[in-house]
Write a new protein. Structure first.
Length: 214
């Protein structure tokens, strides 16, 4: 096995380890041992942090979760390239590994968040224009339907569709990453789907256009 291949494998594993650093649990420890997995929806992510701990707690969570996605996609592939690793597909592989680490964190009993914030951070490094489209779709969806989880699933699904339709380069690895990321985000929001069908999913009423005035 060549040095470049070993470096690529090491970078991908490091991305998983980096993704396993949970922003919610790290901020919770700094706030006196708060574990938001025991509160609200039980999800270690920004939305549950906002609902249970407030905006400043949630902001810290989001900054960490975005940052690790960006570092995984931008910095780790560059470090591996110094040892001969190919740049083709490695940023996308590291980005997805970070998402997997966020969802199933090695350091926190494999109970993590849903991966959306880490996906945003990764896209900031991989394809900023695609990120702008994804965020736009998310915003429109949450205004139209009021469900943050549904908006996240719709926005993630829009990513591979946009990459393929617009021919964003590198189209093959980025498109495959988009498909894998969308499937993962949908999988992690399956409880939201159940609650929406049961009519018990809370809405973001400040953003939901149809819910204003109710």
């Amino acid at each position: 096995m060549s040095a470049g291949t070993l470096a690529a494998i090491a970078a991908t594993l490091a991305a998983y380890g980096l993704g396993s650093v949970s922003g919610a649990l790290l901020v919770g420890r700094l706030r006196g041992g708060v574990d938001i997995r025991m509160l609200g929806s039980g999800n270690a992510g920004g939305t549950n942090a906002l609902r249970t701990q407030g905006p400043w707690f949630a902001l810290g969570v989001i900054v960490i979760d975005l940052g690790k996605g960006w570092l995984a996609a931008a910095w780790l592939p560059l470090a591996a390239a110094r040892f001969g690793a190919s740049a083709l597909g490695l940023p996308e592989a590291c980005a997805f590994a970070a998402m997997l680490g966020h969802v199933w964190p090695l350091w926190h009993g494999f109970r993590g968040g849903k991966g959306a914030a880490t996906l945003v951070g990764a896209l900031l490094a991989l394809a900023p224009v695609a990120l702008a489209v994804v965020l736009g779709v998310w915003f429109v969806a949450v205004i139209a339907f009021g469900f943050v989880g549904l908006a996240s699933m719709v926005a993630a699904t829009a990513l591979p569709l946009y990459v393929m339709a617009a021919g964003v380069e590198p189209i093959v690895p980025l498109g495959l990453f988009g498909v894998a990321a969308a499937l993962l985000v949908i999988h992690t929001h399956r409880a939201n789907i159940v609650r929406m069908r049961a009519g018990t999913e809370p809405r973001a009423r400040r953003l939901w256009l149809l819910g204003r005035g109710r």
